[in-house]
Ligand binder design. Structure first.
Ligand SMILES: [Fe+2]
Length: 312
């Protein structure tokens, strides 16, 4: 069993590469407690690059057909190489001048408060591993294709980028609300409910959002834009229920992550989305997120703790 990230396979390539759940480099970083890391670009194997190439090639058509215009502009602006896994430093050279955002390499799951706080600072925690080339379709965890090809093109749009920053500010507001509650049980219950509401909002917008356009609905959510099967399904399938975004519905609506989404919400514009985050913040301050409907997603102890540990 190989344990070194630089172990060389008989074919001369790096055996583990930077493949999802199979990367010795990532395992070591996690053992070291290193959340924010460099992208060790030379570790990508040829299989990793082929996976990127296949994913990118097959999405081009669906992106043109179903992608929000801001996303399509973003893909062009970033000048992503269709054949090679991107270097984050190259991506940031194109991205940062547009909105101040940058992609920041991480070794794995980022606890919720830290994730949102990165957004507030215009940094996007970015997975650097990539799915196996023989398993392009289903992946329960994010990878660099989801993060760079699905999320980051949206970060070139100023109104969308400002919305993400505002969402990060909401997370800070939530932490302050928690700190203002003396009773530990009440503090946990309140934060759990607020985090569940925020996660639902994030899911139905940033991950799976649709937007109205003169040609019908178009996707801006990264979960859709990085899924070959679900992107067309989200817009064309008669089995999907699509509704204009309603905050009161979304914060109480549970979801499951391991299936095509049967229910999606649309916004009119990114200014509309920004205004919805404003409303979310107002509701949070008014206590209207303190008792949202139970159910998915679960709020993990790690995420809760990250909010309890937050300091202004
Ligand atoms: Fe995502």
């Amino acid at each position: 069993m190989q344990t070194s990230a630089s172990s060389v396979a008989p074919d001369g390539g790096v055996r583990s590469g930077l493949t999802t759940t199979e990367s010795a480099f990532i395992e070591q970083a996690q053992r070291n407690g290193d959340l924010y890391i460099d992208q060790p670009y030379d570790l990508y194997s040829e299989a990793n690059h082929r996976a990127w190439q296949s994913l990118f090639a097959r999405m081009r058509g669906p992106w043109e057909r179903y992608g929000n215009p801001s996303f399509l502009r973003g893909i062009d602006s970033l000048a992503l190489d269709p054949n090679r896994v991107p270097r984050l430093s190259d991506v940031n050279q194109f991205l940062s001048p547009l909105t101040g955002f940058s992609a920041k390499a991480v070794s794995g799951y980022v606890p919720a408060y830290l994730f949102f706080d990165c957004l507030r600072n215009r940094e996007f925690p970015t997975t650097i591993t990539i799915r196996r080339e023989d398993r392009l379709d289903y992946l329960p965890e994010p990878d660099i294709f989801h993060d760079i090809a699905g999320h980051v093109p949206m970060h070139t749009d100023r109104a969308f980028a400002d919305t993400l920053v505002h969402f990060g500010e909401c997370a800070r507001r939530a932490a302050e609300i928690g700190q203002g509650i003396a009773d530990p049980g009440e503090r946990l219950a309140t934060l759990t409910s607020i985090l569940r509401a925020m996660a639902r909002f994030f899911w139905f917008t940033i991950e799976f959002g649709l937007m109205e356009s003169p040609n019908g609905l178009r996707a801006y959510g990264s979960g859709l834009l990085s899924s070959y099967g679900e992107l067309s399904h989200s817009i064309d399938s008669p089995t999907v229920q699509r509704s204009p975004m309603q905050l009161e519905w979304v914060i109480h609506q549970s979801f499951e992550i391991d299936r095509y989404q049967p229910l999606l919400f649309s916004v009119a514009s990114f200014d509309h989305l920004f205004e919805l985050v404003n409303e979310l913040e107002r509701w949070m301050l008014d206590g209207k997120l303190n008792n949202v409907a139970p159910g998915e997603p679960e709020v993990s102890p790690l995420d809760l703790q990250s909010f309890l540990d937050a300091n202004g």
